[in-house]
Design a protein around this ligand. Structure first.
Ligand SMILES: [Zn+2]
Length: 401
């Protein structure tokens, strides 16, 4: 059983991730919550996890669900040498997915998103973030948030909603004009259930000044601030994001390692996205430097139809261990408790502690097999709020009445 170094921690900063323990033991669950870290002899159902590792449900704190369609042809172009900015300028990229979303019915968008949430669930994801950002108009961004709300009601996972209102520039607007519209639509965004605002700072997107403004809007609206930064170039956005009160800075591939201490001194997580780095042949984020400096490090899939069509956190754990030279314990902390903190949920999920929601994953071997057996599906069973929602074929005998 993978346990935090001590109970009640909101996140595991730097070296604390390595002080998690893997102890032999059992978990008792009552009314959907972890009741105790010992077996309950009076339990009416048992899940036999002998020979397995029991870890907290995985938390994917950066996805772009809900979206419509795929862009496999762009991946082929990318592999042949076309850059992200070139693809975007040729009408591909975010605008193309925005068009696909606009043309898809609500039911079509929900069907694809539900399938992906189901795929992620079978791979151990028991909580995930959704983002708007493929709307690119007031009405379409609000529709996206409403669809995310419907998705949340239809899947077993805990789902949070982020309004990525500065993603790509809507046709025919300046970035400043669009930010005025963002400001005007905020009451509706809050009413649609958004818990965070997000901005994408890049040469083809928005600037640090827009990130600052998004931070002020988030503060006024009582929402968290997230930011996509330093993905394809260094724009010096991390200190700006921290000053703007960001809960997380995501990507950080081009973060200069000497800026890692800034994150170590801030309550702002570095959300690293190694599958996007791999598939885009991007630079590798300074994951080891961030961990050693004492930053709050998180990991996510960045699930989206362009840069990372990946739903598997076990795969992301494997990539993170190799690319960032993290230990398996560090990688698990990054996509359990720390990811839950990024979503504002670490008091409820992210670790195996009495009182928390009973979101558990049973793995078919010790945790260090997950990064080592890259591409293997290690998940035997998934439990959400005390219910067994997935059991690997052949493992039915482990569940006893
Ligand atoms: Zn993203």
């Amino acid at each position: 059983v993978l346990l935090p170094p001590e109970p009640g921690l909101p996140y595991l900063r730097g070296g604390a991730a390595g002080r998690q323990r893997t102890d032999p033991g059992s978990i008792a669950v009552r009314e959907g919550r972890v009741a105790a870290l010992v077996a309950d002899p009076a339990a009416d159902r048992r899940l036999d996890a002998s020979g397995c590792a029991l870890v907290p449900g995985l938390v994917d704190c950066h996805t772009h669900l809900p979206f419509a369609g795929w862009r496999a042809d762009e991946y082929a172009l990318k592999v042949a040498g076309a850059g992200y900015e070139e693809i975007a300028r040729r009408g591909g990229g975010i605008r193309r997915t925005a068009k696909a979303l606009a043309e898809a019915s609500d039911e079509e968008v929900l069907a694809q998103s539900r399938d992906l949430a189901g795929e992620a669930l079978r791979l151990g994801t028991t909580a995930f973030e959704t983002k708007s950002g493929y709307g690119l108009s007031r009405e379409a961004e609000l529709r996206s948030l409403r669809l995310a709300g419907r998705l949340a009601a239809e899947v077993p996972q805990a789902v949070t909603r982020t309004a990525l209102l500065a993603h790509a520039l809507p046709e025919g607007r300046s970035a400043d004009e669009w930010m005025d519209e963002v400001e005007a639509m905020l009451p509706e965004v809050v009413a649609a259930g958004a818990e965070a605002l997000d901005a994408y700072v890049e040469s083809i997107a928005f600037t640090n000044a827009h990130l600052e403004r998004m931070g002020a809007l988030a503060r006024d609206a009582g929402l968290a601030l997230r930011a996509h930064v330093e993905q394809f170039a260094s724009h010096g956005s991390v200190p700006v994001a921290i000053a703007a009160g960001a809960r997380s800075v995501d990507h950080c591939s081009f973060l200069p390692p000497e800026e890692a201490p800034l994150l170590a001194a801030a309550e702002c997580a570095a959300v690293l996205l190694p599958s996007a780095e791999l598939l885009g042949e991007e630079r590798t984020a300074p994951g080891r430097a961030l961990m050693d400096a004492g930053a709050i490090c998180a990991l996510a899939t960045d699930l989206n139809p362009g840069t990372s069509p990946v739903a598997s956190l076990p795969l992301v754990i494997g990539l993170a261990v190799r690319r960032y030279r993290w230990t398996p314990e560090e990688a698990f902390a990054a996509c359990t408790l720390n990811a839950a903190w990024v979503l504002g949920r670490s008091a409820d999920v992210g670790s195996l502690e009495p009182g928390k929601r009973a979101d558990l994953v049973v793995l078919d071997g010790p945790i260090d097999r997950v990064p080592y057996r890259l591409g293997h599906d290690p998940v035997v069973a998934v439990v959400v709020a005390g219910d067994v929602v997935h059991l690997r074929a052949g493992a039915e005998g482990r569940l006893r009445p």
